[in-house]
Structures are given as structure tokens and as C-alpha cells.
Design a protein around this ligand. Structure first.
Ligand code: C5J
Length: 223
């Protein structure tokens, strides 16, 4: 096991059974001129984590550990988008509407792609998900079982929505979760801080968190 300094206490990472899950680093959420910015959000907050997520991907690639990328998206006919989800979006621009980077959150549209700096490499897994959580209506659970994974390291956006929902789903399924603090972000600083606190509360009720440097340092010291 690799002992990673973390909060609320050290995280024990099993190098033979750990996968990285990068949540929804999609152009429409992260890039200027996308859906997120068109709703009035400050996307520079999300853009700022791209280099750290790239470093995290580099670490997992160097170790040959499994990598899963997720994308929040829907079929072009919206058959997998419940009206309750579509109707509760911003009325100015909803899922499926023509947006600045194609139809908003529709599979295959430019805005629904992962930002080029973090593009999946051959052999990495890409999960398209219609919900906020990455387990709902996706093959992620079966994939992780096939990979023999027990420990999950998380990155991506947004901390309080898709990242937190997926971590909670993973926690209920028995995975041991570590969130990389500077590889996740929200449009709202207070929401990110609150989510980190909720995840770590009550003795890691959902999981642990740590900065990327602490993980990289611990892994580099592995025998
Ligand atoms: C994600 C969202 N990825 N905030 N989606 O968090 O709608």
C-alpha cells in the first residue's frame, strides 16, 4: 500500500487496484465561449485546474494504472434526458438547444467533447453519462469490477455536482475514494469548500482529499 498524506487522515492507496476517474472536463463546462460561460459563470476557475488534471493523468499513465474519463451528455433525440432535468435547466439555454459549441450537452457535439489538453488516449475508458452521477445508466460499475478496482482517485468538475454525486455513489458501492483538491473545481468557491468538508466529515464519510503534490510525492516514494 502507498500511504498518502490526506484529510481527514492518511489515505492507503492500493497500487494494484486503483483507477483515476476524471469527471466531465468538457469544453462546454470549461472553455471560454462555451455553455457554462454563456450562463454567466466564471470559467477561468475551471480552466485553472487543467494543468493539474493533466499532471494527474500523466502520473497514472506513467504507472500504467487505469483511467476513466466521463462526459455528461445525451442522445440527439433527448430520449435519455428526463423532462425534469431539461425543464429545470437555465431557461435561457437548455440541454439540446443550439449553443455556442453546438447543441448543449448532446453526444458528438463539439462542446460535449473533453478539452483537448486532457483528451483520452487509446486504452483509456470513456463513459457517457446522462446523469450527474457516473454510475446511473452507464456501464461504469461493470467496468470497475472487470478492472478489479477497489480504490478510486477523483478529479474534474464540478466539485459539488457531478464529482460529489459520483463519489457518493462510489462510496455506497464500497470504493475507497480520494479527491484531488487542486484537480477539481466549481464555479462557486464556497460550494467547493463546502463539498470538500462534507466529503471528509465524520472520519471520511464519503472519502479523503489531498493536493496533487501529496499524491505524486507519495507515489514517487513507492518501493
Ligand atoms: C457537472 C453540472 N459535470 N454541474 N455538471 O457537474 O451540471
Amino acid at each position: 500500500m502507498i500511504t498518502v498524506p490526506a484529510a481527514p487522515f492518511a489515505y492507503e492507496l492500493d497500487p494494484a487496484r486503483t483507477a483515476l476517474v476524471v469527471i466531465d472536463m468538457q469544453r462546454d463546462f470549461v472553455e471560454p465561449g462555451g455553455f457554462g460561460e454563456s450562463l454567466g459563470n466564471d470559467v477561468t476557475r475551471l480552466q485553472a485546474i487543467v494543468p493539474t488534471v493533466a499532471d494527474l493523468l500523466g502520473l497514472f499513465r506513467a504507472k500504467g494504472w487505469p483511467i476513466v474519463h466521463t462526459r455528461e451528455n445525451h442522445a440527439a433525440d433527448l430520449s435519455d434526458c428526463p423532462p425534469a432535468k431539461r425543464d429545470r435547466g437555465e431557461p435561457s439555454l437548455r440541454i439540446g438547444d443550439p449553443g455556442p459549441m453546438g447543441r448543449v450537452l448532446i453526444r458528438g457535439e463539439p462542446g460535449a467533447e473533453i478539452v483537448p489538453e486532457l483528451a483520452p488516449l487509446p486504452g483509456e475508458h470513456v463513459i457517457d453519462k446522462p446523469g450527474k452521477g457516473a454510475f446511473y445508466a452507464t456501464p461504469l460499475g461493470d467496468l470497475l469490477k472487470e478492472l478489479g478496482v477497489t480504490h478510486l482517485v477523483f478529479a474534474g468538475v464540478t466539485t459539488e455536482v457531478c464529482v460529489q454525486t459520483t463519489m457518493r455513489e462510489a462510496n455506497d458501492r464500497g470504493y475507497v475514494n480520494l479527491l484531488i483538491e487542486d484537480a477539481t473545481e466549481s464555479y462557486f468557491a464556497a460550494f467547493k469548500e463546502a463539498t470538500l468538508a462534507m466529503i471528509r466529515a465524520q472520519g471520511a464519510i464519503v472519502g479523503w482529499s489531498t493536493p496533487f503534490a501529496a499524491l505524486a510525492d507519495a507515489v514517487s516514494k513507492e518501493a
